[in-house]
Write a protein of this length. Sequence first.
Length: 209
Amino acid sequence: MTESSALSTVPPRTRDGVLRFYFGPMDCGKSTLALQMNYNHGRQGRRGLVLTKHDRSGGPKVTSRIGLDSEAIEVVDDLDLVDLVRRHEPVDYVICDEACFYTVDQIEQLADLADHHGVDVYAFGLASDFRSQMFPAAQRLFELADEISRLQVEVLCWCGRPGLLNARVVGDRMVRTGEQVVIGDTDAAPIRYRVLCRRHHRAGDLGEG
């Protein structure tokens, strides 16, 4: 049997897509990278969709704290992402910002897009919530993704150590109970978030006063 005849026994198939998950705490540049990736792929003539859920702007947009933004499709709990892509075909890639807030079923749909439709999926989001417990969608992404990357833009705790965990602050106090998803930012709002190192997140020490 020749080499060419041996290779010819492999049935032709459509190229598989890739499912990648980029994670990190607030302020580490996840949305900035999502927007940059969308720009780069679009420049190469690839056709894509940009999705988000619970963006800080309150609208169907992906926004970055450094001033970049893009219109996006808002993901609601009953949105079938495979059907969405089919309705917009042809689609080469999907940017999924705030993917930690998607449903677990929607993460399965993202894997289906990569495996059965040849769509490259780039998901961005938090790994854990304000209690340092994993979001269900993030956990499923860790289980299914082809590639997982912690973003390297360093966020510092008030003490100077690397900030790894997001603390929810109500008034001037860190809280550990409440709804898993409460939208807020890192500003001075009544309900806001602080990025802390593991030591000070566990201690509940905001370094204030």
